[in-house]
Write a protein that binds this ligand. Structure first.
Ligand code: HEM
Length: 407
């Protein structure tokens, strides 16, 4: 059997942000999957950690939350330790039983009926925004579409003051900035922004508590019985988690869609020919982009994973981006295919008890965007250099020059 020869050394530190900014992660992940699917990186800017890159191994970790903890007291859910932070008690960074109770308090806001109710306003806003975009002139899709639409939609969903909605982007960007978390000066700046965010939402929370119930998510939660058992700080944390959770992720799915539609024009043509494919195209874009490259767990006891011994206290990084590029699960994994039959089985929303609460909402927003693009016969071409986010957590774009044409 021929041996594959690699000229470059295998860089186990796939948590380095430059690898993601320069879009070099796919080859490295392919090699890890083939050569060392459960591998230990002893030294990194974030300290030592395990990289888990195979779909089944990630599912196994997420199926055992009693062994692999999400709790902030062990370091939380990203490669950068949350330890020592004045963290709000987000349920994404909690284990059972606290996690169960808190998650239950927000799920009523995400039922199919609630999502359906929001859809008409979201369609109106999406349509209005698309009608302002120039056709035939280059513009930055990230600023003009992804940020504008995601932030606008969050403002609608939470009935957040419209004129202040740019703050939602600001706070969410700082919240997810892992590089700032490990930098003492920028770390303080980050905490300052998160504090502003907490104060703004505390004001809204109190306002809505004194008003009769309305249809926005804050009001739904304020007046939801399950929420009343939580402390004010926990209630606030849950609202902020929804804002931050829904921001970068949906934004970068929208940006990823522009890149995929441009790189795979034949696939976009299929969508133009059959708009009924929109729902599957949404799952496929979320798989293809995987806007959160990883989540992290911490081992609470010694365990065996993929033949490797994980020790109590070890940091375990679940590389969703790698699992969603696994050819054994997703044939021709780098190709964006709107008719991929198992696109919905992607791991970009996670798996198990922490699986994304906002998945249905995100899918609805993206489906409306795709339907409205198609109904206007708009084609997207990337016409300038792409700039990516400097992060191994947010797998996304900071600049995306595109030009629209009519199909
Ligand atoms: C394409 C868009 C989105 C992606 C890719 C995404 C991805 C994720 C991932 C990977 C997790 C962690 C799963 C795990 O640990 O197993 C998560 C959890 C969560 N997401 Fe999303 N998300 C998206 C949109 C949203 C939206 C729109 C919201 C809310 C408005 C939201 C709110 C949350 C919350 C509250 C959690 C914590 C769930 C828990 O710990 O039980 N997400 N999401």
């Amino acid at each position: 059997m021929a041996t594959q020869v690699h000229t470059e050394p295998l860089d186990l530190d796939v948590g380095r942000s430059d690898i993601w900014r320069e879009n070099r992660w796919e080859l490295l992940m392919d090699r890890l999957r083939a050569e060392a699917p459960v591998s230990y990186c002893a030294q990194s800017a974030y300290g030592p950690y395990w990289s888990i890159v195979r779909y089944d191994d990630i599912a196994e970790v997420e199926a055992h939350p009693e062994i692999y903890s999400s709790a902030s007291e062990y370091g939380g859910i990203t490669i950068a330790d949350a330890l020592g932070e004045a963290e709000l008690p987000h349920f994404i960074a909690m284990d059972r039983p606290r996690h169960t109770a808190q998650r239950r308090s927000v799920t009523p806001a995400f039922t199919p009926t609630e999502i359906e109710r929001l859809s008409s306003e979201i369609r109106e806003r999406t349509s209005a925004l698309l009608d302002t975009l120039p056709v035939g002139t280059e513009f930055d899709w990230v600023q003009k579409l992804s940020i504008a639409l995601t932030t606008g939609m969050l403002a609608i969903i939470f009935d957040f003051p419209w004129d202040e909605r740019a703050n939602l982007t600001l706070w969410s960007d700082w919240g997810a900035d892992l590089e700032a978390m490990i930098d003492p000066v920028r770390g303080q700046e980050r905490l300052g922004h998160l504090n502003d965010c907490a104060q703004a939402f505390a004001r809204l929370w109190n306002e809505r508590a004194q008003q009769p119930p309305k249809n926005d998510l804050i009001s739904l939660m304020v007046h939801n019985e399950a929420m009343s058992s939580l402390s004010p700080l926990e209630q606030l944390a849950n609202i902020i988690l929804l804002i931050v959770g829904g921001n970068d992720t949906t934004r970068n799915s929208m940006s990823g869609a522009a890149v995929a539609f441009s790189q795979f024009p034949g696939e976009y043509q299929k969508l133009l020919d059959d708009p009924g494919l929109a729902a599957n195209a949404v799952s496929e874009i979320i798989r293809w982009q995987t806007p959160l490259a990883h989540m992290r767990r911490t081992a609470t006891e010694d365990a065996l994973l993929g033949g490797q011994r994980i020790h109590k206290g070890d940091k375990v990084i679940l590389w969703y981006a790698a699992a969603n590029r696994e050819a054994a699960k997703f044939p021709r994994p780098r190709d964006f295919m709107v008719t991929r039959d198992n696109a919905r089985r992607h791991l970009a929303f996670g798996f198990g008890i922490h699986r994304c609460v906002g998945a249905r909402l995100a899918e609805m927003q993206l489906k409306i965007l795709f339907e409205e693009l198609v109904s206007r016969r708009l084609r997207i071409s990337v016409t300038g250099p792409i700039e990516r986010v400097n992060s191994s957590f947010i797998n996304g774009y900071s600049r995306l020059p595109v030009t629209l044409t009519r199909a």
